[in-house]
Design a protein around this ligand. Structure first.
Ligand code: C5P
Length: 140
């Protein structure tokens, strides 16, 4: 992705993170009932708040959603998604984090699953997330 063409749609910046454990498995989170795209599996993360960098957002979201503690130097940028939904355009940088403390817990009632990179294709994902899988397969 090298160009974002203006579409007149609201631009939404969401940061996402592939947490990687010592067995090279990646954590996927299932979007809970009641949310848009409920039931689909995604990389943890969330909306970047005003005044936040994507890295600050991820440190906060990983703690809020999963009880995971990490620091900005532990987040390595890998790639980013750009996807036009009906009502907004999503830009979503994907980071990789291998150094974190704590055991991931579903603090927001979401399903959680540690999966091997090639198994990620078996988990239905939002259209923005699915193209990111290949980058992780190549990396891991
Ligand atoms: O997670 P949240 O609902 O705040 O994200 C806002 C929107 O961004 C979602 O409704 C979804 O369309 C999109 N999104 C996505 N992939 C993610 C996270 C969010 O496509 N990993």
């Amino acid at each position: 992705m090298s160009e974002v063409k203006p579409t007149g749609k609201r631009l939404l910046l969401v940061a996402a993170c592939a947490l990687v454990d010592t067995d090279r498995r990646v954590l996927l989170a299932q979007r809970p009932e009641g949310k848009q795209l409920a039931g689909l599996w995604e990389f943890p993360g969330g909306k970047v708040e005003p005044g936040e960098t994507p890295e600050q957002c991820l440190v906060r979201e990983l703690n809020e959603e999963l009880g995971i503690e990490t620091e900005i130097p532990c987040l390595a940028p890998l790639t980013f998604a750009s996807h036009s939904y009906d009502d907004f355009h999503l830009l979503m940088p994907l980071y990789v984090c291998r150094r974190f403390r704590g055991i991931a817990q579903p603090r927001e009632g979401q399903g959680l699953k540690w999966v091997r990179p090639r198994q990620m294709r078996d988990y239905p994902m939002p259209p923005a997330d699915a193209p990111l899988i290949q980058f992780l397969i190549d990396l891991l």
